[in-house]
Design a protein around this ligand. Structure first.
Ligand SMILES: Nc1ncnc2c1ncn2[C@@H]1O[C@H](COP(=O)(O)OP(=O)(O)O)[C@@H](O)[C@H]1O
Ligand SMILES: [Mg+2]
Length: 207
């Protein structure tokens, strides 16, 4: 039987990586085989592209950047996510298509439809079964990310408040458009409260 594919989405500092780890640990306790991964990256080819995308001194047009994210995703889906699901494993992915659609598409002004088209063949039929959207207000997420990273804030965190708000609004819109795939969670709550809510949602929707 095919495994379940769960993605976590939300702004920087929303708690995605924290909750991905807690969800994976909880599923493993129950005997579920879990593959934890993240985007951009997840395979050697995709990680190489990720490194290029995070270089501050490599100027890229928005279109070039969108194609690189899609190229990384194609490798990640084909070489890691799809085979794991076919083996019955569950895959938990920290950021996926919705981050690309929100950052490059909605907030980056490329347009969601253009970015979706660029990504369609990279994903094929491997859409998430469940997407957990962690919502925070901009300040909460940014403060957590700065505390976590010290001086090492990537360029997404450095972008202005309007950009983060556009991203947050895009995530909300995607969740409203696809309520069957998305679950919206208040990421401002403490870590254990959020984890418990996620466990309830996963139990209800996928078990
Ligand atoms: N619910 C929470 N309340 C308080 N701090 C949190 C919460 N979730 C995560 N954190 C902390 O905030 C920082 C950012 O969390 P992280 O999981 O790395 O966010 P993301 O992956 O979404 O950027 C980390 O230092 C983490 O320990
Ligand atoms: Mg993270």
């Amino acid at each position: 039987m095919r495994g379940n594919f769960i993605t976590l989405e939300g702004g920087e500092g929303a708690g995605k990586s924290t909750q991905a780890g807690l969800l994976a640990a909880w599923l493993r306790e129950q005997g579920t085989e879990v593959v934890e991964t993240r985007e951009p990256g997840g395979t050697p080819g995709a990680d190489a592209i990720r490194a290029l995308l995070l270089e501050d001194d490599v100027p890229l047009t928005a279109t070039a950047e969108a194609h690189l994210f899609a190229a990384a995703r194609a490798d990640h889906v084909e070489n890691l996510i799809r085979p794991a699901l076919a083996e019955g494993k569950w895959v938990i992915c920290d950021r996926f298509i919705d981050s690309t659609l929100a950052y490059q598409g909605a907030a980056g002004k490329m347009g969601v439809d253009t970015v979706r088209a660029i990504n369609a063949s990279a994903i094929g039929d491997t859409w998430p079964d469940l997407t957990l959207l962690l919502r925070t207000d901009g300040d909460t997420g940014t403060r957590r990310a700065i505390a976590r990273d010290g001086a090492e804030i990537d360029r997404f965190t450095n972008r202005e408040f309007a950009f983060h708000r556009a991203v947050a609004e895009a995530f909300d819109e995607f969740a409203a458009t696809e309520p069957d795939r998305f679950a919206v969670i208040d990421g401002r709550n403490d870590i254990e409260t959020v984890a418990q809510e996620i466990r309830s949602i996963v139990t209800e929707r996928l078990k």
